[in-house]
Design a protein around this ligand. Sequence first.
Ligand code: GLA
Length: 385
Amino acid sequence: MNPKIIASKFTELFDKEAIVVKSPGRINLIGEHTDYNEGFVLPAAIDKEIVIAVAKNDSRECHLFSYDFQESLSFDLDDFERMQGGWGNYVMGVVAQLQQAGYELEGFDLVFGGDVPVGAGLSSSAAVENGVCLALSELFGLNLERMDMLKFAQKAEHEFAGVQCGIMDQFASMMGKDNHAIRLDCRSLEYSYFPIDLGDYQIILCDTQVKHSLADSAYNDRRRECQEGVEAVQKHHAEVNSLRDVSLDMLDEAKEDMSELVYTRSKYVIEENERLLKGCELLEKGDIKGFGQQMYGSHDGLSKMYEVSCKELDFLAGFSKSSKSVAGARMMGGGFGGCTINLVEKSEKEVFEKEIATAYQEAFGKELKIYEVNVTDGTRVVANA
Ligand code: GLA
């Protein structure tokens, strides 16, 4: 997204100069639904971004304009509450966090828009929350640390958007680095940058263009089920805090103390952490095909054990698995729609893209959107927008 489009819309609407911030969406190579279980993830920021332009307006009012929805919204800094859904929550949620943390804000005007597809599992909401946080930090000279900003953004999602998300999306969008994935330990928040060197392969996302309406409540249900798993294991091992601390043997020991469903969910999480660790070793050795096998394993687990896939995602992952030019594929993000991530041989990508789009159209009567993405830096200020 060209930042100039948002900057000039801002000037048209508010007739003044703005601070402009860019904030990326994210992919995740492997490690799904592990973040809120204190496990590992391997995400990266991508060149699908939200741009935010903001300036003070010498009042206590905030005037917002969403370029993509062509809608405006205003709220009073001293009197606002969470809305019943809608994009305003991503801005108000961050404002509420900053105020709760004791930062003094003043009224502002804000325009935002971008090319992170909404509902595609690429974390457009985290991109907006992070971007708003950095924009306000710059505007009011708050000098916030990146680690604090991404935590405010996550809490905004919990309290205003109503999704009990883990830390992965906000972390990846805020801390992204050009051509690197982030190997993040979601327990300690220790992280290291991992060069994305895929040799003859490149990342291609296939967007089902579906988002099932139960996605948010099902997400919160999964969190609860994992917590139940932890509580059952704690009867045998009091020291356990999260599924991260649980081995398959420990889980089996406590099998009688939990439902079959909770057992299967917990087993998926433990196995997914193992797949990630193994996958990182394989990537380090340049074994892309080996890594791809871990991705297929991840998809299988997400679909059959964690039950967060859907028929469209299963179809796409299955199609990729039967294509010789694909090293690995899986559904990505929270699930129930959104994208698959595929590692496709560069020399074969046109053929692959054509074939998978045709097959999807035939199976579901829907267009498949395909994104070729590059890995970029995280949320940042744009000079000279
Ligand atoms: C969503 C959440 C993340 C993470 C993924 C699943 O994107 O926001 O915190 O849990 O789902 O890995």
